[in-house]
Design a protein. Structure first.
Ligand SMILES: *[C@@H]1O[C@H](CO)[C@@H](O)[C@H](O)[C@H]1NC(C)=O
Ligand SMILES: *[C@@H]1O[C@H](CO)[C@@H](O)[C@H](O)[C@H]1NC(C)=O
Ligand SMILES: *[C@@H]1O[C@H](CO)[C@@H](O)[C@H](O)[C@H]1NC(C)=O
Ligand SMILES: *[C@@H]1O[C@H](CO)[C@@H](O)[C@H](O)[C@H]1NC(C)=O
Ligand SMILES: *[C@@H]1O[C@H](CO)[C@@H](O)[C@H](O)[C@H]1NC(C)=O
Ligand SMILES: [Zn+2]
Length: 511
């Protein structure tokens, strides 16, 4: 008999597939209505949706980027899963590849968020409790909690992906108001070999959206206009059914070519075919968009097979044998798009460089570096999902209407100090409340974001408890103007109900 955990996983697998599944083109020339004047829309702050590389760079001088992303909870199991694909690799400049983690807080182990970030990866927002078409408090609450409990600087949380890829025009507007740099929830759903391809390089919404025109009401035909805000399309793979056989997230879970079951050799074949179409064409990025829990071999009850893991590694091995192929995070991709240089000058791109913070390894400091922080973590023993953090346990689990609860201070200890605006994560000592950075090389300045209670700018720092429901300033996003919230509320409630149903089926809801 199958262990209960495997049975519990089955419906989740189905839903994760659903999350990233598209079955055909999500846009058409008629639904597009896009126009953009490249002589007015100029890098680095504006970029027209285009299938050609940015800045007029020739395709042969353009790096072939493979964007690696993961969604949902950051835990030992999910980081093990990502590491089995990336930890042993190097980019052409000899540096370790980085990736983007769209983090939801349910089941997340905050200290591992800190570690992953300090190791150079990008931490991005995927709502607190994993709801589609999210209201502002789900999006902003996640930013606040990631800053308070994982010590991620506010200006480093730049990207968002909607759970279930369910976003609306209002979602994009909320992101813009909260000063996000980009969204990456929209699909490129027509092959690059098709003249009507929607595989645009990342573009700004100065002239509205150009993807998902058939599936997201109120977008495209010039809407929504959000100057300087980027969309990084998610690029599909296509099996031998072409435009009728798109595979977006976790392609290894999908059946291909009209078959009824997933088949690793067939998946590898079409992933290579699509890669080659991009590589020999305009070099639009390729994306590996993963739900790592579904390829984790360490997760108890995992149904992943070693052959699927080996297949994904075989794809990356094969891709990396070709010249000018780079595995990157969205943040790195966007940095190059904003400041494009030919492959011969990639050494000058700061975000592609190796970066290891220089902290004395014998120092006892809770800073996101495993050797340094050993023995210094707080264990927050909540029954739903216990976690560890450097920044002191909150009295209650953070939630959208209370994203930064007061701190629970154990007898005989002091409150821990949250990351302030003028110190970067690996140099901040949350126990001593001091910054160990003393040179210009590690100097740091965070931004504030307009996501605090009643419209105040959030700056980080403090010890928690800034906006409990009992305090004089309960957390109300956007200056008490909740007029934007109801727009997203209905779908959020619906998806919430589905989420609750799935939650009741098993121990895990990490979609
Ligand atoms: C949470 O993090 C701690 C500290 O790194 C680690 O010991 C523990 O195994 C992690 N648990 C999970 C489920 O991620
Ligand atoms: C996430 O956690 C919250 C708080 O424990 C809970 O109310 C919610 O149902 C959870 N959502 C999912 C999708 O597990
Ligand atoms: C799996 O895919 C390969 C490659 O396309 C094919 O040769 C093989 O017959 C497929 N196996 C099954 C069981 O469908
Ligand atoms: C950061 O700011 C605090 C007060 O705002 C100040 O006391 C401290 O010296 C500053 N630290 C650094 C490293 O600049
Ligand atoms: C928040 O910061 C912005 C600049 O980013 C500033 O214009 C605005 O006045 C600040 N708002 C408050 C309430 O401090
Ligand atoms: Zn998700």
């Amino acid at each position: 008999m199958l262990p209960a955990a495997i049975l519990a996983l089955a419906p989740l697998l189905a839903l994760a597939q659903e999350e990233g599944t598209i079955t055909g083109p999500t846009t058409s020339p008629e639904s597009l209505g896009y126009s953009c004047d490249p002589s007015k829309c100029k890098l680095p702050t504006c970029n027209c949706a285009s299938t050609s590389p940015p800045g007029g760079i020739k395709p042969s001088d353009t790096p072939q980027f493979i964007v690696f992303t993961a969604d949902d909870a950051i835990q030992s199991y999910t980081l093990d899963a990502v590491n089995q694909f990336l930890a042993h690799r190097k980019n052409p400049n000899g540096c370790a590849p980085k990736m983007t983690y769209f983090t939801s807080l349910n089941f997340t182990n905050y200290t591992l968020v800190t570690d992953w970030f300090v190791a150079g990866n990008e931490i991005a927002d995927h709502t607190m409790t994993h709801v589609g078409t999210p209201p502002a408090d789900e999006i902003n609450g996640n930013l606040i909690a990631l800053n308070a409990l994982a010590g991620i600087p506010l200006n480093k949380i730049q990207g968002f992906r909607a759970p279930f890829l369910a976003y609306s025009a209002d979602t994009l507007k909320l992101l813009y108001q909260s000063q996000f740099t980009y969204d990456s929830s929209a699909a490129a759903s027509v092959p690059v070999t098709d003249p009507t391809t929607d595989a645009y390089w990342p573009y700004t919404l100065d002239n509205g959206m150009a993807n998902n025109c058939l599936s997201v009401p109120g977008t495209c035909k010039g809407e929504p206009k959000l100057p300087g805000f980027w969309e990084i399309p998610m690029y599909s793979f296509f099996d031998n059914k072409g435009a009728a056989g798109p595979h977006l997230m976790d392609p290894w879970l999908d059946a291909a070519n009209g078959a009824t079951k997933a088949n690793d050799s067939a998946t590898l074949e079409y992933m290579q075919k699509t890669f080659t179409d991009h590589y020999n064409g305009n070099r639009q990025p390729i994306g590996l968009y993963t739900h790592p829990i579904h390829v984790s071999l360490t997760y108890p009850g995992s149904t992943t097979t070693k052959s699927t893991v080996a297949m994904i590694n075989a794809f990356l091995d094969w891709a990396q044998e070709q010249p000018n192929v780079w595995i990157v995070s969205n943040e790195q991709l966007l940095d190059w798009v904003q400041h494009p240089v030919p492959v011969s000058q990639l050494d000058s791109v700061g975000s592609l460089k190796c970066s290891t913070p220089q902290v004395d390894s014998s120092m006892k400091i809770c800073n996101g570096m495993p050797g340094n922080e050993d023995g210094l973590l707080s264990h927050c023993a909540f029954s739903d999902f216990p976690f560890y953090t450097c920044y002191g346990c909150p009295e209650v689990q953070p939630s959208p209407n209370n994203p930064n609860p007061p701190q629970q201070v154990p007898d005989g200890q002091n409150s821990r100090f949250r990351l302030p605006q003028n110190c970067s994560t690996p140099f901040w000592d949350p126990i001593g409340g001091k910054c160990i950075c003393t040179s210009d090389k590690c100097a740091f300045a965070d931004n504030s974001r307009p996501i605090g209670p009643n419209g105040v700018n959030l700056t980080g720092g403090g010890i928690g408890g800034a906006f409990t429901s009992a305090s004089a300033t309960p957390y109300v996003p956007f200056n008490g103007d909740v007029s934007t919230a109801p727009l997203g509320l209905w779908p959020a409630l619906l998806v919430g109900a589905v989420g609750a149903l799935i939650g009741s089926m098993g121990v895990l809801t990490r979609l």
